[in-house]
Write a protein that binds this ligand. Structure first.
Ligand SMILES: Cc1cc2nc3c(=O)[nH]c(=O)nc-3n(C[C@H](O)[C@H](O)[C@H](O)COP(=O)(O)OP(=O)(O)OC[C@H]3O[C@@H](n4cnc5c(N)ncnc54)[C@H](O)[C@@H]3O)c2cc1C
Length: 404
């Protein structure tokens, strides 16, 4: 015997819940079920943002917001004009959750715990009569005249509309590919770089504003760079990892990273500055203080890498040493050998091809009455609350159109 619903939501994650709740609020009479393969729902929300859930970002203009999406920039313009980060704040406020803005623009619940978001969703779902069915791993689905027939490991469901919100599950992508959808092959995004290099060996925890480039490519980014015990992390690195997700995958994560610790100052400009310092600070020891706006430990390490001995005075700096130091400061090359997971947030680039989704409705252009929301689509963003914003926006628009 099959179980009948008006709408089935495949996947009990952020996108699935947001879609289900918005459908039920617009059309309380619809019979809605969320099918979740796991023992619990919203498991990624729970661990998100280091357990605090970075819900969205304080960037309220759609044209600005889309710039944070390496994949989806063009396609999200329309959707963000209908449901943007300001709408997210309002939505959560209406549902009893107040969000706060941190200095860098990231937004979290004021309680600083992701449990607040989970409780909000579970309470709303309960109040609206949405059925949450756990341990239901979807094995197949097909369109049967006027219904979607969805088979799980346990039973069979029938529904008029099917919302696909299974995140980055390869099995669901394979099923969709079998039904005619193009799936852009998945690769990781938002990762940190493994670097073994004497210059940063003992500098774990040191952070500096830097510009980084992947040698031989157009990939580059600026921002805080954090030295970790395995290499480099921080916003500058994560940006390169997101924009370079495919290119760096193709390089098997083996490449040369060029770091400019002085950002806008190039090697020639730096050399000029060092010559001035040689005059002005002649009697002082070079390693004593960093003339630049980064920790002295990093300065000492770069000075040493330029072949300058610890007690050398500025006056004794040779031309070759000046050039070597300028090179270290503005164009230091670091060999990257592999990547590590950024624990706060990681996502998958790839998924349902953008050209096959109608972004006015979030409906499939290939399969009737099938809608998409969240990470299942080939959309992803840099870290900062943007990935959830994609889930909320897609879920909201899908909901409006499922209801019709
Ligand atoms: C550690 C970590 C921290 C993060 N922190 C943040 C953050 O703070 N801010 C931010 O914006 N983004 C963050 N992200 C990214 C964000 O979590 C995702 O972009 C978001 O969860 C995507 O939502 P989704 O609903 O599309 O997919 P998911 O959250 O992955 O949900 C998909 C659901 O579908 C279920 N499912 C899959 N296959 C099946 C099947 N066959 N049958 C039934 N159910 C199935 C899964 O079990 C899962 O519950 C983080 C990611 C990670 C990994």
């Amino acid at each position: 015997m099959s179980k009948n619903f008006d709408v089935i939501i495949a996947g009990g994650g952020a996108a699935g819940f947001f879609t289900a709740i918005n459908i039920a609020e617009s059309s309380p009479k619809l019979k809605i079920a969320i099918l979740e393969r796991g023992k619990e729902v919203l498991s990624k929300v729970r661990i998100s943002g280091g357990g605090r859930c970075n819900v969205t970002h304080a960037c309220f203009i759609p044209d600005d917001l889309v710039k944070f999406y390496p994949r989806g920039e063009k396609e999200l313009k329309g959707p963000f004009n209908r449901f943007c980060s300001g709408d997210t704040i309002e939505w959560f406020e209406r549902h009893g959750v107040e969000l706060k803005i941190e200095e860098d623009g990231r937004m979290f619940p004021i309680t600083d715990t992701s449990q607040t978001i989970i409780d909000c969703f579970l309470e709303a779902a309960k109040k609206l009569g949405i059925q949450i069915l756990l341990g239901e791993s979807i094995q197949s689905f097909y369109h049967n005249e006027k219904h979607w027939k969805v088979e799980t490991n346990k039973e069979v469901f029938l529904a008029e509309k099917l919302v696909m919100a299974t995140g980055s599950n390869p099995k669901m992508w394979d099923l969709l590919a079998g039904m005619g959808h193009t799936i852009v092959p998945p690769v990781p995004s938002l990762f940190t770089f493994n670097i073994k290099d004497a210059r940063i060996k003992d500098l774990m925890g040191v952070s500096a504003q830097a510009s980084v480039k992947v040698k031989g490519t157009k990939l580059q980014a600026s921002g805080p760079l954090l030295i970790t015990h395995w290499g480099m992390s921080g916003p500058a690195i994560l940006r390169v990892s997101a924009w370079g997700a495919r290119e760096l995958f193709a390089k098997s994560y083996q490449f040369t990273l060029q770091v400019n610790w002085l950002n806008d100052i190039d090697t020639d400009g730096c050399e000029e500055q060092l010559k001035e310092l040689k005059q002005e600070q002649a009697k002082k020891t070079i390693t004593k203080f960093s003339p630049y706006d980064f920790p002295n430990r990093l300065w000492q390490s770069l000075v040493s890498a330029a072949g300058i001995v610890p007690d050398m005075r500025w006056a004794d700096l040779t031309k070759a040493q000046t050039q070597a130091l300028a090179e270290q400061l503005t164009n230091g090359e670091f060999q990257v050998n592999g990547k590590s997971t950024f624990k706060e947030e990681f996502v998958t680039a790839g998924g349902v091809a953008l050209k096959e989704v109608n972004f006015k409705t979030m409906e499939s252009k290939i399969l009737p009455n099938m809608y998409f929301a969240g990470e299942i689509i080939d959309i992803d963003a840099i870290t900062g609350g943007f990935n959830f914003q994609n889930a909320w926006t897609g879920g909201y628009i899908a909901a409006q159109n499922v209801v019709g």
